[in-house]
Ligand binder design. Sequence first.
Ligand code: KPL
Length: 308
Amino acid sequence: MSEVLHILGAGSLGLLWASRCSLAGIDCRLILHTPQALQDWQSRENTLLLERPGDLQTVRVAAELADSSQEPIHRLIVTTKAWAVAEALESVAQRLHAGSELILLQNGLGSQQAARRRFPAQRVLYASVTDGAWKRNANQVIWAGVGQTLLGDPQQRCAPDWLTLLPRADIDWRWEQDILSVLWIKLAINCAINPVTALHDCPNGQVLEHAGAMFNPLLAELQALLTSQGVVLSLPELTQRVRAVIQATASNSSSMRQDVHAQRRTEIDFILGHACRTARQAGLLTPVLDELHRQLQRYLATLGLPQD
Ligand code: KPL
């Protein structure tokens, strides 16, 4: 690939992309948030460790600050949390040009549409990622579960050519004509699992017992919401999908529970908040979803965490 691939956000997903692409010989640049983070990165000689079961690889990845270069950014992978996207993109706005392509890897919905509104001249792709990764420290990432990356563009049918290079970096990706439906279904699954795990401080496998009698009405509301957004998925299918994720990730901590444990801002507003707002706009009544949203907001407030 001739163009540099910039990665904005040095969380677990950012480091996972940076390490895999660099190992594959793709010229990557990690955009860090603060001068201190850049200094720390450089003091470790730009090295990043990628750990997979039974394997540890060291790779060099160059890093920079958003404003430490005027060099245009042609291809940008945005790997921040959903609530950080707007500010992160603003920091590189001067370096984007009409041909720049952005790929957004966030959970939930809302941050993608906001980015598209803010950058109408750029191509903005949306992605759904199922890889499991976590950071052991600032320059070591563990690729705990190999997943798939579904990519799409609600406004254009064709994938950019350069994506065909991604399998070289062990990124198993697929082009999705209807990426919004994929993201809506993922959001519905997250609405059914993540708040329960955060409120009850439990792994995903205990969601059914803690959700109790509200589980089925919650899924019925979520299914109606999906239908209102043009997503074709019956209630039995949605129920089966949610149960399958609970089973497949039974011992995992949801991303929301992990955020609460780390005293980090959660993505509540891009998951439950977006679902409740969209339901209202569609004229749907979603009392169970609304109550879950309020309950989680109250809980976050008691922990001193933002309610959005
Ligand atoms: O996507 C997830 C998350 O934690 O955000 C699930 C599917 C619930 C897996 O943990």
